[in-house]
Design a protein around this ligand. Structure first.
Ligand SMILES: [Mg+2]
Length: 342
């Protein structure tokens, strides 16, 4: 199996601000696995919140990865190759995705079929209004026109102003993401106020380390709480289930398509609502998530919609819903003649 890879910087349509930081570009690493005339594609979208970076992944890739001589099942491939990624989840995910794309193409099936899914459509996706120049909110709300649910980033010193500015333009359902930006007192006050603003739920209100306070907030909040920074891998789910109503599964956090499916099953067992989220990513990563989306309750799969140089075509959004492309494997196509991309 032949490995190639390249770094590609995606460019945000608007500077993308959350409570912690603002970015105008994000480095993605595309990983290609080739054998028997089939290319499997994967993407790593590293997050500094989890101590991961493009430089770290590129240097690890340049040192080389050992592949099994004969093609293995996706389970065996992951057991063999992912431990070589030094625990870098975004890098693990790139290999998990690329191999499953390759494997399912070879087997003549769409990736969703590997997971026992026939549906072509997932839930409605939210579209994010990130933290930025408040004067741009009317224009940003206009840009959300094709989508029925807004995800609004909060955790600033002017959160009321942001929601009021959006509510002056639209009454669409809002989901709020505080990205650990509140303390308990602020969170109680905000959750009560947001409940009257047609806000469906709040994601990660408090620092991930403040799990006891989050459990307290859950008792006092009239709207559901979803874990993001608190829910990385399958083992986290039983530890945090008492403090949240739902979890946000992201491929780049959990590091394996198979583990993402396992997290969906674990959350169902524990009666937690499930959302499938993303980083700012190209259509490789978002399409991979789309293949699991018919299994979840909520989708926040807009990473590729928030950039203006996506080099791939895959997942589509129709009437606000996530639609899995036809075709074998991921079902994506290259839409760029930039050298190094496959
Ligand atoms: Mg989040």
């Amino acid at each position: 199996m032949e490995l190639s890879f390249t770094q590609y910087n995606v460019r945000c349509t608007h500077p993308f601000g959350i409570s912690r930081n603002t970015h105008e570009t994000y480095p993605e690493i595309f990983v290609y696995l080739e054998q028997d005339g089939i290319i499997g594609r994967g993407e790593a979208s590293p997050s500094d919140r989890y101590g991961e970076s493009a430089d770290l992944i590129m240097s690890k890739l340049e040192k080389g990865i050992k592949f099994p001589v004969d093609p293995l099942s996706p389970e065996k491939f992951e057991a063999n190759v992912l431990p070589q990624c030094n625990g870098i989840k975004a890098m693990e995910m790139a290999f998990s995705m690329a191999y499953l794309d390759w494997w399912t193409q070879k087997e003549g099936m769409a990736m969703k079929n590997f997971f026992g899914i026939d549906d072509k459509k997932g839930p409605q996706t939210s579209f994010t209004i990130a933290i930025g120049n408040i004067n741009l909110i009317p224009q940003k709300v206009k840009e959300t026109e094709p989508y029925n649910i807004l995800k609004v980033k909060l955790g600033t010193d002017h959160d009321y102003e942001i929601i009021n500015a959006i509510r002056a333009e639209t009454d669409k359902v809002i989901r709020v993401d505080a990205n650990e930006g509140w303390n308990l007192e602020t969170a109680v006050e905000m959750c009560k106020w947001l409940a009257d603003q047609n806000v469906e739920y709040v994601e990660q209100p408090l620092l991930a380390e403040n799990i006891a306070e989050t459990a307290e907030l859950k008792k006092r909040s009239p709207i559901p709480l979803f874990a993001d920074e608190n829910c990385i891998i399958p083992d986290n789910i039983p530890e945090i289930a008492h403090a949240f109503d739902g979890i946000n599964i992201k491929l780049m956090k959990c590091g394996s398509m198979l583990k993402a499916k396992e997290m969906i099953e674990m959350a169902r067992e524990l009666d937690l609502s499930i959302m499938l989220g993303c980083m700012i990513e190209s259509s490789i990563g978002i399409t991979a998530a789309a293949h699991l989306s018919p299994l979840v309750d909520h989708a926040d799969l807009d990473g590729h919609l928030l950039i203006d140089n996506d080099p791939y075509i895959g997942v589509r959004i129709e009437d606000g819903r996530v639609v899995i492309p036809d075709g074998l494997g991921l079902g994506i196509e290259l839409d760029s003649d930039q050298p190094g991309l496959k």
